[in-house]
Design a protein around this ligand. Structure first.
Ligand SMILES: Nc1nc2c(ncn2[C@@H]2O[C@H](COP(=O)(O)OP(=O)(O)OP(=O)(O)O)[C@@H](O)[C@H]2O)c(=O)[nH]1
Ligand SMILES: [Mg+2]
Length: 306
């Protein structure tokens, strides 16, 4: 049976992680028939004892794993370590990205696996399509940042190509990715990734789609965090813009476009100055203005081409 690993990063989530594991193991997993689910918690060495709760739960249920980092290292770092562990140690065929605080309804997991069975490689929960939503309780500021952040990421990553229209929620955290051909072909090292923070999501989204993953969005009703506090870093917006920009900048399509642009731009300038220069030179000859323009144009174009 194919293995689906639910990777859950945690930092100071002792209050909720036990409840999340109970819910997944008793309510969600029994509804999964064609996959073997495993839970991998990646804990940033939380001082509140999150790791201890997970260890206790691993005695109560099978297939609960804990990977403890030496310290809090950012959301991207936690997920990347989790992806590697899931592939190398847990035999993952599919890997979920899932929040510990139950903001992602666990019922989404079997629904997303059903789409995997339909042949999709990369299924994400979108708050922006029909049936999806953000918490009603979110204030205007958080809603604005969510909307503006999403649009900025879409523009920077994909405009004007088709993924700009296809990807409605680039900052969503709920995803499942097929390992074979996709997660196992991504460079998951930080020499390649532009951040260890939240924005890793945008770079991996871009690169997974670039690999040609069959992509599907399902509606996500993102819940309000009811226990613990948000771990979003203060610089998440600036870092997000930086990561989207760098991801697009280093893409081969952009690089080709830039090379053509630079070569074309230089050619244009040489042509312009050449035209002026040779116009002056040929004016010294007793020729008609049309002939002078013709020769000046021809000479300048030749030089620009060379
Ligand atoms: N290991 C690890 N986990 C983290 C880190 N930052 C966040 N997390 C966990 O990642 C998940 C998502 O973080 P949240 O703070 O809930 O972010 P969010 O859901 O976008 O924001 P809220 O709506 O405010 O909850 C939670 O389970 C966090 O405990 C980190 O640096 N290391
Ligand atoms: Mg959260």
């Amino acid at each position: 049976m194919q293995i689906a690993v639910i990777v859950i990063p945690t930092y100071n989530e002792a209050e909720v992680i036990g409840k999340t594991i109970d819910y997944l193991c008793t309510k969600t997993f029994p509804a999964i028939k064609n996959f073997q689910p495993k839970i991998l918690v990646v804990d940033g060495n939380s001082p509140d004892g999150t790791g201890k709760v997970v260890t206790q739960k691993s005695k109560q249920y099978p297939n609960i794993f804990l990977l403890t980092e030496t310290s809090k290292d950012g959301l991207g770092a936690a997920y990347l370590k989790g992806f590697k562990y899931a592939m190398e140690k847990l035999g993952a065929d599919f890997v979920f990205e899932f929040d510990s605080d139950l903001q992602h309804p666990p019922e989404m997991i079997p629904l997303m696996l059903a789409e995997i069975e339909n042949g999709y490689d990369y299924v994400i929960g979108s708050r922006k399509i029909k049936g999806g939503s953000s918490p009603k309780e979110w204030g205007i500021k958080r809603l604005f940042f969510s909307e503006a952040g999403g649009l900025t990421a879409r523009l920077l990553l994909f405009f004007p190509f088709k993924n700009f229209w296809r990807v409605t929620d680039p900052t969503t955290g709920l995803k499942v990715t097929r390992v074979k051909g996709f997660l196992d072909r991504l460079d998951l090292n930080f020499s390649h990734l532009h951040t260890k923070g939240f924005a890793y999501k945008m770079q991996l989204l871009f690169e997974t789609l670039k690999l040609g993953a069959k992509y599907k969005e399902v509606p996500l009703k993102f819940q309000l965090r009811t226990t613990g506090v948000s771990k979003i870093e203060g610089n998440a917006i600036i870092d997000g813009i930086r990561v989207c920009f760098l991801t697009r900048w280093y893409d081969d399509v952009t690089q080709k476009f830039l090379k053509f642009g630079v070569v074309g731009g230089f050619g244009f300038l040489i042509n312009l100055f050449g035209l002026k220069f040779f116009n002056g030179v040929y004016k010294r000859f007793p020729w008609e203005i049309g002939i002078i323009n013709f020769f000046a144009n021809a000479t300048a174009s030749e030089i620009a081409i060379v």
